[in-house]
Structures are given as C-alpha cells and as structure tokens.
Ligand binder design. Structure first.
Ligand code: NDP
Ligand code: MG
Ligand code: MG
Length: 340
C-alpha cells in the first residue's frame, strides 16, 4: 500500500526559522499564503502591481515584488499561471535563489517539460493540493483540508522531503492525506484528469446531454436543471461515499439506468479517445501546442472560449441562476472583490 502522510507524520521543524515566499496571489497563492501564515509559518508574498497585489496587502501580508520575494525566501513557491512561469522565473526569480534554498511548485508542468531548468544547488519539489484554491482556503478555515501530492525532483540538502511535508501540513493538506509521487506522474495525471474527466470530459458530457434533450424538443430550462444543476447533488454524494454511496441514495430505476445506459454513452471508443489524449500528454504534444498557443497570444483559446460562452446552456443557465441567489457564485464574488 502507498504510504499516506498525516499531521502526526510531519516534522514541522523543517520550516522553522525559514521564510516562505509565495509568488503569485491568485487561486492557489492566496490560499497557501493565508493558511501557512495561520499555521505559524513566516510568509512573504511576491506579486506584480495590480489587483492581486492590493488583495494581498488587504489580507495583511508583507507584499513585495517577485524579485524581492525570491531573494527573501528560503523556500520560493511559484504560484503563477503555468504559461507565465518560465518567463518570470528567468527574469525575476532565478537571481534570488541561493544554494540550499528550495524552489517549489504546485504543478510539475514547467520542470517536467523542461521550460524551467533549476540550478543544481537548490532543492526542487512540488506540493500540489488536489483541489481548487478557494477550497484549499475554505476547508482549512473549517478545520479540514484538501489532500495533496508531493514529489522531490532534486534534494541537495537532504531535507527536501521534510520540507515538502511541513509545507503540506502548513496549508492543511496533511489533515486530509499527503501522497508521494514524481514530477512525471503528477504532471501527466493532473493534465489527463482535467482534460479527460474533470473539466473536458464533464463539460462535453453535460453539453451533449443538454443538446440531445433540446434538439428533441424539450424545454431548455428543464434540460439545464436535469443535465447541469443536479450534477452537484450527485457529485457531492460520490465525494462523500463513493459511487456505491451515490447509487444507494438514488432510486433503483436511476441505478438500473446507470448500469445499462452509462456504458452505452461512455463506451470503448471513449476509452480509446482517452488513451490518445494521454499519449499526447506523455509525448509532450499537448504541452508544445499550449506553449505555442500562448506565444501566439492565444487566438484559438480565445475563439473557442467566446463560442463556448455563447452556448445556449450558458444563456439559459445565467437566467436561472439569477433566480437562485442561494447558489453562491465564485465569479460574482470575484467581481465584487475587484470593484471594491
Ligand atoms: P492564478 O491564475 O489564479 O493566479 C496567478 C497569480 O499570478 C495572480 O496573482 C497574478 O496576478 C499573478 N501573475 C500572473 N502573471 C504574472 C506575472 N507575469 N508577474 C507576476 N505575477 C503574475 O493561478 P493558479 O493559482 O490557478 O495556479 C498557480 C499554480 O498552481 C499553477 O502551477 C497551477 O497549475 C497550480 N494549481 C492550480 C490549481 C487551481 O486550483 N487553480 C490546483 C492545483 C495546482 P494578477 O492578478 O496581477 O494577474
Ligand atoms: Mg491542473
Ligand atoms: Mg431524476
């Protein structure tokens, strides 16, 4: 069995007397910085001037430029968007790293695909919470945590593992469980999960179901509730008690339908497609296309994004959600923060 690390397995002394520089104050950055600080870790935030900078100041952090934070930090955690990291690393982070420091990531993309080549005299590891930043923060405040993976890429001090676990404890993840992985495994499984299942697979499944009902003449509002809104209830049940727990709660009719129709919708051809998606990730094809897309200022990303935002499910959904103020919108909260 794989070893799962919890709070009791962690040597907190590994971070004592060390300063942790959190680079970037977005989804993950704000959660790591606040959680670590409340766990008693000495934190400095490094981010460019603008909305994030102001928010970090408002949240009570010591906030400086990226270059200054990289200089001050014994551990430098890079929480910038993956596609920005290589450039900012070269221009603002690299010079601040001293021998024996730690260069830390929350996703292995840039190191695994050689976009960042770390100096030989620093520890390099990743601590990747397996959940969005706002949950990393919210669960911590509730006394819980989001599970995390850690991986050691380079251990020059002999303390990389202790530091990684102490960091994971500081953000609350060792309350839920921390697993060891490699940069390769974390990068490839993370990309695969978000593409085939969590984000890509899911949105395509929901859209196909919605379109099938609407094209057959059913009301779009009914199709929206059925294919999108109700999903949360089902996912919450799976999160709490697995697939069996979800099936226990639904009707036997729904369960029978699940058994006979599910495999007709996601069948062996979908699995073949998943294998191709995985292959493109493993060979670096996906990474290359995404890096080039960014270098070209994202023409395809923007065009697809605009089309997706105009899809009927989004138009109907916006109208219906406006009537459900109890459905908390992260987007609305974000807008409220940025106009403040
Ligand atoms: P976000 O996009 O939410 O945050 C980006 C932050 O970086 C913002 O504070 C932004 O500031 C700042 N920033 C962007 N460009 C620059 C720049 N050129 N110079 C200085 N600061 C800059 O990132 P995420 O939190 O989503 O992702 C961070 C890392 O965490 C990634 O490696 C990602 O793969 C990983 N991760 C993310 C998860 C998630 O839930 N989102 C889950 C697990 C891992 P500004 O406001 O000025 O733009
Ligand atoms: Mg990811
Ligand atoms: Mg039903």
């Amino acid at each position: 069995m794989t070893k799962v690390y919890y709070n009791g397995d962690v040597n907190e002394a590994a971070l004592q007397g060390k300063k942790v520089a959190i680079i970037g104050y977005g989804s993950q950055g704000h959660a790591h910085a606040l959680n670590l600080k409340e766990s008693g870790v000495d934190v400095v935030v490094g981010v460019r001037q603008g909305g994030s900078f102001n928010k970090a100041v408002e949240d009570g952090h010591h906030v400086v430029s990226v270059a200054e934070a990289a200089e001050l930090g014994d551990l430098v955690m890079v929480l910038l968007p993956d596609e920005q990291q290589a450039k900012v690393y070269e221009e603002e982070i690299k010079a601040g790293l001293e021998a024996g420091n730690s260069l830390v990531f929350a996703h292995g993309f840039n190191v695994h695909f050689s976009q960042i080549v770390p100096p030989a005299d620093v520890d390099v590891f990743l601590v990747a919470p397996k959940g969005p930043g706002h949950l990393v923060r919210r669960t911590y405040e509730e006394g819980a945590g989001v599970p995390a993976l850690f991986a050691i890429y380079q251990d020059v001090t002999g303390q990389a593992k202790d530091k990684a676990l102490a960091y994971a404890k500081g953000v609350g993840s060792a309350r839920a469980g921390v697993l060891e992985t490699t940069f390769k495994e974390e990068t490839e499984t993370d990309l695969f999960g978000e593409q085939a299942v969590l984000c890509g697979g899911l949105t395509s499944l929901v859209k196909a179901g919605f379109e099938t009902l609407v094209e057959a003449g059913y009301q779009p509002e009914v199709a929206y509730f059925e294919c999108l809104h109700e999903l949360k209830l089902i996912v919450d049940l799976m999160y709490e008690d697995g697939m069996a727990g979800m099936r226990y709660s639904i009707s036997d009719t729904a369960q029978w339908g699940d058994f006979v129709s599910g495999p007709r919708v996601v069948d062996s051809s979908s699995k073949e497609a998943m294998k191709e998606v995985l292959k493109d990730i493993q060979t670096g094809k996906f990474a290359k296309e995404w890096i080039l897309e960014n270098q070209a200022n994202r023409p395809q990303f923007n065009a697809i994004n605009n089309n997706e935002n105009e899809h009927q499910i989004e138009v109907v959904g916006k109208k219906l959600r406006a009537m459900m103020p109890f459905v908390k919108s992260k987007q609305k909260q974000k807008e409220a923060v940025s106009v403040k």
